[in-house]
Design a binder for this molecule. Sequence first.
Ligand code: SF4
Length: 489
Amino acid sequence: MRRKTKEVLVGKIGIGGENPIRIQSMTTSNTRDIPATVEQIIRLADHGCEIVRVTVQGKKEAEACEGIKNTLLKKGYTIPLCADIHFYPPAALIVCDFVDKVRINPGNFADRRALFIYKEYDPYTYAKELEKIEEAFAPLVLKCKAQNKPIRIGANHGSLSDRIMNQYGNTPQGMVASALEYADICRKYDFHAIVFSMKASNPLLMIEAYRKLVEEMQRLSWDYPIHLGVTEAGAEEDGRVKSAVGIGTLLVEGIGDTIRVSLTEDPLEEIEPCKRLVNLWNNYREHNAFSKPRKGSRSKGELFRIEEVPKTATLVTLKTPKVARVREMAKQKENLILLLDTDCPIVAGAECGPLLLDGSIDGIAVDSSQIALGESILQATRHRITKTEFISCPGCGRTLFDLQEVSKKIREKTSHLPGVRIAIMGCIVNGPGEMADADFGYVGSKTGKVDLYIGKQCVEKDIDHLIADERLIALIKQEGKWKDMTISG
Ligand code: SF4
């Protein structure tokens, strides 16, 4: 069964309740550049995007949203706008007048960026910090309430406050606790137009965070809708597979009311993957095929060429049975292998992901043209790490370099390092926090300048972007993680 949620209206678009899963994306233009932002929003709306988010880092961007909204309306576009707020509550109060929804990050709305320093919080200090949050957040809650506009409380793994991390660690539980602190303030002021999200770049962590959130909401008898997304998923096939494993696994459990597939590509590229996931969800709904994960152990996560599948195994395809059916079959039969009957990374990730994660299947069978796709799925589900793990942000109005170009170049030079995690992040405001558990980080610090990180430590500051990829490779070598690329052929 799909989880029952209340309807939250964003402009004229309803999220949750009986509404279909809503498709979202985010602009990458400079928000202050009104014509460029309007043009991007129109392209997104024309392709089926239903809600669009723009980054609002300060007052100028907040004020630009008035022009963006008015121009869109003049051109006949009523697509709801959502303002993305980090670190600066005054921008939220200004922009609230011009947009249809505000997204806040509970890790950094009222708290400064985490320093990852251990500190004891006695009950008094903790309570004082909560008071400070309420002081910063309540004016926005009251304004949104007066204007009938919703707030998304969007927690991200990696950008939690020091207070939360000291108590819960950088964990799914911490993400949920962080969001609930803000939800409690909304509820105190009798404000209920809330949407939650719990994003992480690791799909397993993301799935766990959303499941914990749902458990907690059930315990509290709350029915707020949920926005699903895997953040910093990267690009191309790997980015799509990661998003599909995370979002698809939750959709089949009936969790999720709106989605964004976040890719380091033109935002338009995010729409088709979203549509495929929505189709899949429609399929579950039509056949009432929502299913809970099997209580089994993790899959062995094997990858076979079709001709190598052991005779003792049972080969299943998803064309006829759905995920729920395979889960049922797995109760009777041992050693099920799923035949990959699609080349679409979204469909493949969304269908294999849940079955691999709960051990319903032991592995997947592919033909020789699908080996890379099979490897992406097993990497996204953390069964087999056969290539470099890229964590790259989708970019937004804060991005300080040509993110798509740079991340493509870095991927080409470093994609042969299994187990090495490289983050490529567009700005220093959110980048360092949200690159989560990357081994190396490439983060825009100023226009044309880059900071390089080893783990959470910045080791080179303001490097010229023209030489930054070579410096990154030098750091990987220095840390003994480099291997020469083998040329096959
Ligand atoms: S990390 Fe990337 S997506 Fe996030 S705020 Fe910075 S530029 Fe935008």
